[in-house]
Design a protein around this ligand. Sequence first.
Ligand code: G6P
Length: 363
Amino acid sequence: AHIDKGGHKHFMAKEIAEQPTVIGEALAHYIKGGDIVLPTQLDFARLDRIVMVACGTAFYACLTAKYWFEQVAGIPVEVDIASEFRYREPPIGPNTLAVFVSQSGETADTLAALRYCADKAQIAAVTNVDTSSIAREADVNLPIRAGAEIGVASTKAFTCQLTVLALTALKAAHARGRMDDDTLADHLAELQSLPGRLNHALGQADEIAAAARAVAEAQDVLFLGRGRMYPLALEGALKLKEISYIHAEGYASGELKHGPIALIDKTVPVIVMAPRDALFDKTVSNMQEVMARGGKVLLITDREGAAAAEEGTWRTLVMPECPALFEPILYALPAQLLAYHAAVAKGTDVDQPRNLAKSVTVE
Ligand code: G6P
């Protein structure tokens, strides 16, 4: 079918805007009669480990899911980049679930990693293309239902991957007796509230665009996050470098002192993704370390976080309230919009960035 930009200037803008709808569709696909319906072959009870393998943005979706599977379902998770995993000959036991996440389902390294695990472990794929090699060669395929993604920089596929992985972690927690029916029902209601919250976040696009135009003047940008927000800091940096060609790095906030603080001066914006949570005060002290060195902090937080942060940030973007567990899905939007508007400000080819391919089918 012919796909157009639906009135948007770029496919990426359209795909960012579609997220409330496609996430709603992904949720509707898996949530039936108050339960999460996954292929019955997925036997969470006997698992002792999950191994997740992917490339690029899908790798960051896996890193986020590690927090969910470990904290909610109590299953140890290892996450690896496919090109590293495939050549290391990692030992894989029969009680391992190996999960391969790929928008296209055709990434050469991810497919090779899947083939390495064939006959050694239970294999699940999380893909956007049901007919793809990775979807077909897995024991079970969990479609992300994002619809065709045309922009080279992945946006809606990322948040749909997160949605499906969150559902899988909740299902695993319930199946392993770590979560009762009422708690599961509460979490499902929280997930179903996400499309509305995402729409509110999209409503702040103008403010985010203004911040992005300021960020676009920088040569180097640092993204910081802690806990569930750490993988998003990595993804925010990847998105910005992919399409605006601004050098960006993502770091765990607690690692600031172990290197990146040496780079801080007034020319380096530091984007801190930090909703108010149990670790927020630690993040505030990281921000103060940056500000004490003349660094410019762009804080992306919620209302409580904005009130609790000391004065002195360069800019603060206030996101809608969101249940803590699912904040990575919501905070993906400002990260995407920052990259998008920075790229537009720089006049780069947003949908077809130089040197990059949508799907890397050769090594
Ligand atoms: C390329 C794309 C990225 C994508 C990565 C993995 O680098 O430009 O947007 O995240 O491949 O692709 P996959 O289809 O396996 O998710």
